[in-house]
Design a protein around this ligand. Sequence first.
Ligand code: IPD
Ligand code: CA
Ligand code: CA
Length: 265
Amino acid sequence: MNPTTNIAVRAARQAGSVIMRSFSRLDTLTVAEKQTNDYVSEVDRNAEQAIIDTIRRAYPSHAILAEESGSRGKDDFQWIIDPLDGTTNYLHGFPQFAVSIALSHRGRLESAVVYDPVRDEMFTADRGAGALLNDRRLRVTEQRGLPGALLGTGIPFRDQRYMDQYLGMLKTLTQTTAGIRRPGSAALDFAYVAAGRLDGFWELGLSVWDFAAGALLVQEAGGMVSDIGGGSRHLDTGNVIAAGPRLHRDMVQAIRPHLKGDLKA
Ligand code: IPD
Ligand code: CA
Ligand code: CA
């Protein structure tokens, strides 16, 4: 494992213990609404600080982009951090959330960690060296085509601009696959595609910290990640499709007729 990935693992474990310490006393947390349906508590902030402290001790010159505290520093290396992905789940005691940490170098993803502190599952990837769940190598599924596929998704709940287009996609994919799941943590959804627990995933309007680590996990597990039209602008648009290589093209084709209005490929 790359030294940078090792540091990310250490940082994710520290964030995980901040998160789990409060999980049994959620009623004591102070929760603020950043915007409609966008909540934050001291757990998000404390977990983020624990991650940043660990990274800065090891790599003081690297830049950081973190969901709660924004961007700091300028460097070819940038850490992209979501300290608690799935905050709404967390605040309801719904045990599906994760820590997500990625490192990019000149815009190319190098290291990825997604950590589920409830199940103690550590998903890691190094560019060119594959993806692991704890010590086990990950591989996306061989699923061919939509019939029989299990897909993950995220239903728009903040920005609802593309709700009609999204519901069209959901209808098409519900009618043509084995089923759709909406677990509520995009970082874990990508990790589950990498692990072959889901055959594919799509969502509109993600932020880069939701899925930078997840995207590298899927790619290093042999999968494909693209923007909603099948191109490579997903890290900029946040509209994303991830799947095993035999399924990805079919998802792109099923979604394409719904790219209407200003939702373009
Ligand atoms: C959210 C989760 C969710 C996705 C949202 C994200 P947060 O992240 O990943 O699954 O549907 O778009 O914003 O706010 O819980 O860190
Ligand atoms: Ca997130
Ligand atoms: Ca978050």
